[in-house]
Design a protein around this ligand. Structure first.
Ligand code: AMP
Ligand code: MG
Length: 324
């Protein structure tokens, strides 16, 4: 049984996962998300939030599972906000020393992918990972998740959140933009910025903010979604052609958006490939995914010694050899 702690940004969450007779089972998950009072995610405030609540979350977990059932402590080692990662790493090291159980440092992006594969049954998908800070198109090749295309400035979720904030909607803005976009079908031209296999969202964001000065906000939300999601779909389609994979899986918090999911599924249908999207509770950041990947890594003998347990804010998925 492995306990996993997630806390790379807004989500502070502890999950416990166990494997028995080859079957993986979720035991429990407790979470306490950081919701900024105003503005976006402030790294130091988020870290303060995490350090105020982590002990209580762990206490709640240990009401449900007994400490001696735990075989290892998994934690999200990166990528993420440095101050938040440090709180999680410190709590995990403390727990590891206290319970005398090994640590397993987990790459947060890969955790999204692995739990998605587990839940959807996808075997070897092209992964479209769209979250707050990250936007990447990846696939497993020669034992590493390689990035075929990614944002060269901000993550898609962060761009949506920033737009929402500037027009007076509360954080997180993604779901609110989705609701407003449903009320419109009027397309306002916005810059489409695909550069090779990479994407850029900051120019699109600036133009959308300019457009909202003389257009209804619903129309701008609709157009912003259409452009951003079409960009992501185009790069995904080209990555699919390049890799010859026959599955696509959408993960990350922005994956909750039905319009994005629809665009990707239409593209997959046109190409005759299978399309997968995990249940909403696995799309955003959660402790269960960290426990799940931690368990997979633990079972093949991976351990993170204390002196290698420093946080890695720029932890890229291809830095991890996939040996599980
Ligand atoms: P994550 O970092 O993976 O937890 O994802 C968080 C991001 O997902 C935030 O930027 C949210 O605004 C975004 N998000 C959540 N739900 C939706 C939605 N329905 N449409 C677009 N973005 C969303
Ligand atoms: Mg994430």
């Amino acid at each position: 049984m492995v306990l996993g702690i997630e806390g790379t940004a807004w989500s502070l969450s502890v999950g416990v996962v166990r494997q028995e007779n080859g079957e993986t089972e979720e035991i429990c998950e407790v979470s306490h998300p950081y919701i900024p009072e105003k503005g976006g995610i402030h790294p130091r405030e988020a870290a303060q939030h995490h350090s105020s609540h982590i002990a209580d979350l762990l206490r709640r977990v240990f009401e449900k599972v007994s400490a001696d059932e735990i075989d290892a402590i998994a934690f999200s080692q990166g990528p993420g906000l440095g101050p938040c990662l440090r709180v999680v790493a410190t709590a995990s090291r403390t727990l590891s020393l206290l319970l005398k159980k090994p640590l397993v440092g987990v790459n947060h992006c890969i955790a999204h992918i692995e739990i998605g594969k587990w839940e959807t049954g996808a075997e070897n998908p092209l992964v479209v990972y769209a979250s707050g800070a990250n936007t990447q198109i990846l696939a497993l090749k020669q034992k590493r998740y390689r990035i075929f295309g990614e944002t060269i400035d901000v993550g898609l979720g962060n761009a949506l959140d920033k737009f929402a904030r500037e027009v007076g909607l509360s954080h997180p803005g993604g779901p609110k933009i989705e609701e407003l976009a449903k009320k419109s079908s009027k397309y306002i031209e916005l810059p489409y910025t695909v550069k090779g296999m990479d994407l850029a969202f900051s120019g699109l964001l600036t133009s959308a903010l300019r457009a909202v000065k003389n257009n209804p906000v619903e129309d701008v939300c609709f157009s912003l979604q259409e452009v951003a999601f079409a960009m992501l779909t185009e790069v995904s389609e080209r990555a699919l052609a390049h890799t010859s994979l026959d599955e696509v899986m959408l993960v990350g918090g922005v994956g909750a958006n039905d319009r994005l999911s629809e665009m990707l599924s239409i593209m997959c249908e046109d190409r005759g490939v299978s399309y997968y999207r995990p249940a909403k509770k696995y799309l955003g950041d959660n402790g269960t995914m960290i426990a799940y990947l931690g368990l997979k890594m633990f079972l093949v003998g991976i351990r993170t010694p204390l002196d290698e347990s420093s946080v890695i804010p720029g932890f890229r998925p291809e830095m991890v050899e996939v040996v599980w």
